[in-house]
Design a binder for this molecule. Structure first.
Ligand SMILES: O=C(O)C(=O)Cc1ccccc1
Length: 434
């Protein structure tokens, strides 16, 4: 499939669909970079097996260029002496059919004849200069989505790039079309957004930050629509789940319909002039798409918070000058009390865990163990995601991971990044948060 940019009915340009990447040269030889920083010193005994960690280092190509300061991620500016010795450079040309790049028709040989989209070359995919100009941040949804608000909280004054699927947001960063992606991973009422956990493992981006966004849902409909006439309520599955009880009270007769994003649901009602349908979305979406607010603050609990992570092509250098969180993913071979051992590696070092999530191990979903007398045990295999409150720059975190590595068959650091410590209080009902 090819990526096609398309204008939504309201004229918004959004990244859609997938892109097919065909490397024109052989796979680049990747070796793991090594942090050359005093603060990130791995204790003895694991230096040789550092690559086993599938670590949070950037993958580098043997012929990669030394980084200029401009290549440093925005999150580490002012980061002091620490620096990454290598950068993530795609040497292979990408055969990509993205018609996102404006074609300069003045240069085309015969302007009257439409030119086929010019395939992007590596030189077209120049990274956004970090200094002084807007950071390009990909998010899933259309303008008015909570992910757009999260992107603005994470990177004020950024250029938010709407993508119609989470996967496209990942690809936008990998293809240098965007500099960052901001994606929801969990909600205080609806739980984990599993799709993004699976995508974090499938892609090689790094978590470089998090934002916690109080989410204030509104029930939106065309002006003049009455609650009792509603036959359908549509929104992102997370939004439907966060408003389940309130919806049952407000419009028990309406069927629930899950779509890709909240603001997209609002846009759909406006564009198709649907008088029997309401959307759960933000007050900003109401303004953007000309809908009325039938009900305000309809989440089942006022402290409805969604946690988003910020993704980049390179990791940031972990520091100890502010509260940090580290996210890892691991799998383990069969063994007794492996999970207990893994978790105790943190507990015995007084490291708090803030999240444990398990997801099917797609490469090995089930392991069968035959017993001549008892039959066949069928063990579901999982990948385990853990967030813990410590920086990878701390020796206790490095020692904990070194111990975890002994019990696991796969271990990857997804990122070590500043915790979102911004003060907030749930908005009083009736005052939209966004
Ligand atoms: O659909 C949106 O607006 C999103 O950004 C995803 C989402 C949905 C519900 C709560 C938080 C984020």
């Amino acid at each position: 499939m090819h990526a096609l940019s398309r204008s939504t009915p309201t004229g918004n340009l959004r990244l859609s669909s997938f892109v097919r990447m065909r490397r024109s040269s052989g796979p680049s030889r990747a070796v793991w970079c090594v942090y050359r920083s005093e603060s990130v010193h791995f204790p003895n005994g694991i230096g040789t097996s550092r690559a086993d960690w599938q670590s949070s280092c950037a993958v580098l190509n043997a012929s990669s260029k030394p980084p200029s300061h401009q290549d440093q991620p925005a999150e580490v500016h002012g980061g002091g002496a620490d620096h990454v010795d290598a950068v993530n450079v795609h040497q292979a040309a990408i055969d990509l059919n993205l018609n996102l790049v404006p074609i300069d028709s003045s240069k085309s040989s015969s302007p009257a004849v439409p030119q086929p989209p010019k395939p992007l070359t590596i030189t077209d995919l120049s990274p956004a200069p970090m200094h002084g100009s807007q950071l390009r941040v990909a998010y899933q949804g259309v303008p008015g989505a909570y992910s757009e608000a999260a992107a603005g909280k994470a990177y004020p004054n950024c250029e938010a790039i709407p993508c119609d699927q989470f996967e496209v947001a990942f690809q936008a960063v990998e293809l240098w079309i965007a500099d960052r992606a901001v994606l929801p991973v969990e909600n205080s009422l609806g739980g984990s957004i599993h799709r993004n956990y699976d995508l974090l493992l499938r892609h090689r981006l790094h978590i470089v930050g998090e934002v916690q966004l109080p989410v204030h849902h509104c029930l939106l409909a065309l002006p003049g629509t009455r609650m009792e006439y509603l036959s359908r309520v549509t929104s992102h599955p997370q939004a439907l789940s966060q408003c389940e009880h309130t919806l049952t009270k407000l419009c028990p007769q309406a069927a629930r319909e899950a779509v890709d994003d909240t603001a997209g649901a609002a846009e759909y009602i406006a564009v198709n002039n649907l008088r029997d349908t309401a959307a759960i979305a933000s007050a900003k979406a109401a303004e953007l798409y000309g809908l009325q607010v039938l009900a305000d603050g309809i989440q089942d609990d006022s402290s409805n918070v969604t946690r988003f992570v910020m993704l980049a092509r390179e990791p940031i250098i972990p520091r100890t000058d502010r509260p940090f969180k580290t996210s890892i993913v691991f799998a383990h071979e069969r063994g007794t009390s492996v999970l207990f051992k893994v978790l105790s590696a943190f507990a015995f070092r007084n490291i708090s865990l803030t999240k444990i999530e398990s997801r099917p191990h797609r490469n090995r979903p089930i392991r069968l163990v035959d017993d001549a007398y008892e039959g066949t045990a069928k063990h579901f295999e999982y990948m385990f995601y853990v967030d813990f409150e410590a920086s990878l720059a701390e020796v206790r975190a490095q020692n904990a991971l070194a111990e975890v590595q002994e019990f696991t068959s796969f271990l990857r650091v997804l990122g070590s990044y500043p915790m979102d410590m911004t003060p907030w209080s749930p908005p009083p009902r009736g005052e939209p948060e966004i």
